[in-house]
Design a protein around this ligand. Structure first.
Ligand code: NDP
Length: 262
């Protein structure tokens, strides 16, 4: 039996096990998929132990994606651009890393028929998830992507890292307390809703669509978008999309997402 897991902190909310078990049933692959809570100062030893005990692959979630990137010996191109990794596996004694978040988000947007090409996108947050989605959104046709983060310097360094990979999309930073202007799409890629906190969206910020990357939690971001009668979605579609990509990376089989639901 192949052995997989998702590592994060917190982790109890993760629906990745359900999704991978459903994919395994559909594709007749014998596997287990667990949740692992890693201590905030013990991520590296957690993943080392997992692979030492014969584990086949890990998904990585909040807040470890950048740390996972730093531990990899071999990276895919999209992981190199993101400098954040959500999918790990061991091959020939080398730790390999990929980032499937962006493909998952773009697939979810496509399924929702939300337009990306052309589009002006505001992303709230500059953590591992944002790092994973900027290049795929640019490749999907975004003309401008603006990043706003509580810690301004973190957004600046993200833009610096990703600029080298982005050709035809304007990429820049704004302060989280100076949100303004009109966007086709606003994405909440902060983990604020995981801790029950919220980000106030000012009236001078307007947008056509609102995507909350978190799922299964009340979200003041979604509430505020609904008050403006804007179409909203939570991160479940992205989660399923990134899981399907990771499943393919590990097992070489694409799950069928037509009519897939949990
Ligand atoms: P990280 O821990 O790497 O980054 C967290 C981000 O949230 C940082 O930008 C941080 O700002 C910001 N933040 C946290 N709390 C607050 C707050 N109270 N107010 C404002 N900003 C805040 O997490 P990830 O990037 O990996 O994940 C972000 C979110 O996306 C999570 O909710 C996660 O569950 C979700 N996600 C969903 C996926 C899916 O498939 N649906 C895939 C990946 C992520 P600062 O830099 O200032 O600390």
């Amino acid at each position: 039996m192949k052995k997989f897991a998702v590592v994060g902190n917190p982790i109890a909310h993760s629906r990745s096990p359900e999704i991978h078990v459903a994919f395994a049933r559909q594709t007749h692959i014998d596997l287990s998929y667990d949740r692992i809570l890693a201590p905030l100062d013990g991520f590296a030893s957690t993943i080392k132990d997992f692979f030492a005990q014969g584990g086949d692959g890990l998904n990585i979630t909040v807040p470890f994606k950048e740390e996972a990137f730093a531990l990899c010996n071999v990276l895919t191109e999209r992981a190199k651009a993101a400098r954040a990794v959500n999918t790990l596996w061991m091959q020939d004694g080398q730790l390999h890393g990929d980032n499937t978040d962006g493909a998952g988000l773009v697939n979810a947007m496509t399924a929702l028929t939300w337009p990306l090409n052309p589009s002006r996108i505001l992303i709230l947050g500059a953590g591992g998830a944002t790092r994973g989605v900027v290049l795929p959104l640019a490749n999907a046709g975004a003309t401008e992507i603006v990043i706003a983060n509580r810690t301004f310097a973190r957004a600046e360094s993200l833009v610096e890292d990703l600029s080298a990979f982005i050709k035809n999309t304007k990429l820049h930073v704004t302060a989280l307390d100076q949100l303004a202007g009109h966007f086709d799409l606003v994405i909440n890629a902060t983990s604020a809703s995981l801790s029950g906190e919220g980000i106030a969206l000012p009236e001078i910020l307007t947008f056509n669509y609102a995507y909350e990357m978190a799922y299964g939690k009340p979200s003041s971001f979604i509430d505020q978008a609904k008050q403006r009668a804007v179409p909203t979605a939570d991160g479940l579609g992205m989660l399923i999309g990134q899981a399907a990509e990771a499943f393919f990376v590990w097992n070489g089989v694409n799950p069928d997402l037509t009519n897939f639901s949990l």
